[in-house]
Ligand binder design. Structure first.
Ligand SMILES: NC(=O)c1ccc[n+]([C@@H]2O[C@H](COP(=O)([O-])OP(=O)(O)OC[C@H]3O[C@@H](n4cnc5c(N)ncnc54)[C@H](OP(=O)(O)O)[C@@H]3O)[C@@H](O)[C@H]2O)c1
Length: 302
């Protein structure tokens, strides 16, 4: 079976609230530009190319797409590309977005949204995606401060029918309990990949116990973060990739999926070949010995 014929169904499914998704999804952050994401003056990606990648992802069975209104370059915006490529949306497609951060029209970061400003960010996503409600909204934060007021504001929008499910992003463990006292949390989207710290592992494990989806970002990019994937794969990752005849990116993704049935991958790419590889990673089964080797790699992404 070649990468081209493996679909996202091979990765299995998970229920995000009342919505069933394949465990291999797609992150839209790479689509608006070439090169580094989230920087002013980034080089816009060709619109047709971005649209082709999105449509191919859905053809390959991807039904969980991560986005944000702040994913844009001077000429492209991830939400607009998603709307152009995929509307009218397939019934099974779950689009998850995130609020909290914001960028001005030139792409410079703004202070994070206050509880009062979150409604405007939710409405911005609704407008750009052309929807009447958002499937999943993650509150994306920085720091350790209380999220009660901000999450409470989103819970009110959920009660009002603008949001179906709520999640959290870039949070610490205490934030999960704080949010759950206010409204159900269906997912936690945090940085995670090979070399994760014991704290990151603990968070992933607790999410599994509580049936909360854990959605890692930068599982391929690692310490390259917004700049993208680096070439710095460790010897262990390279050896396992060679043994399976796959890329190191596929090993990285497959390893995250082996961490538990509640882990949902959202690899980002603007490259159709990489997209097919990433979807095919859902069919890659690593042996116990290989998992032990990969589990023991430390500080690659921490
Ligand atoms: N909540 C948050 O704070 C947060 C933060 C960052 C990202 N996210 C979300 O998480 C998603 C995933 O993060 P990401 O897109 O930065 O990182 P990623 O999926 O870990 O890696 C993307 C990088 O790896 C490259 N790549 C992808 N597939 C590849 C393959 N098969 N072989 C070789 N290189 C490959 C991409 O370049 P090419 O385009 O050349 O393939 C890009 O440079 C984002 O798209 C976004 O939706 C959330």
């Amino acid at each position: 079976m070649t990468s081209q014929t493996i679909t996202a169904a091979a990765s299995g499914t998970w229920k995000l609230g009342d919505r069933t998704v394949h465990r291999i999804g797609f992150g839209a952050m790479r689509l608006p530009q070439h090169g580094e994401a989230l920087v002013p003056g980034a080089v816009p990606r060709d619109r047709d190319q971005a649209i082709k990648v999105l449509r191919r992802a859905v053809e390959l069975g991807v039904n969980h797409i991560d986005t944000a209104a702040f994913y844009f370059s001077p000429l492209r915006c991830a939400n607009e590309l998603i709307s152009r490529a995929l509307a009218p949306y397939p019934d099974d497609l779950v689009i998850a977005t995130k609020v909290g951060p914001g960028r001005d029209p030139s792409g410079n970061w703004l202070p994070h949204a206050t509880p009062e400003q979150l409604r405007g960010q939710v409405e911005e996503n609704l407008r750009q995606l052309g929807r009447d409600h958002l499937d999943v909204v993650n509150l994306r934060i920085v720091g350790a401060d209380s999220i009660a007021e901000r999450f409470g504001a989103l819970a009110e929008l959920r009660d009002a029918g603008l949001i179906r499910h709520l999640g959290l992003s870039n949070v610490r463990l205490h934030h999960l309990a704080e949010a759950q006292a206010i409204a159900p949390v269906v997912c936690v989207q945090n940085m995670y990949g090979i070399g994760a710290s014991p704290e990151q592992e603990e968070f992933l494990r607790i999410c599994g116990e509580q049936r909360v989806a854990f959605v890692p970002f930068y599982s391929i990019a690692g310490s390259g973060r917004t700049a993208g994937a680096s070439t710095g794969d460790s010897g262990e990752v390279l050896a396992i990739a060679r043994a399976h005849g796959v890329s190191t990116a596929q090993v990285r993704l497959a390893w995250t999926l082996h961490r538990g049935p509640h882990v949902l991958a959202i690899p980002g790419t603007g490259d159709p070949g990489h997209l097919a590889q990433n979807v095919a990673a859902g069919a890659l089964r690593l042996s116990e010995d290989e998992l032990t080797v990969l589990d023991s790699i430390r500080h690659e992404t921490a």
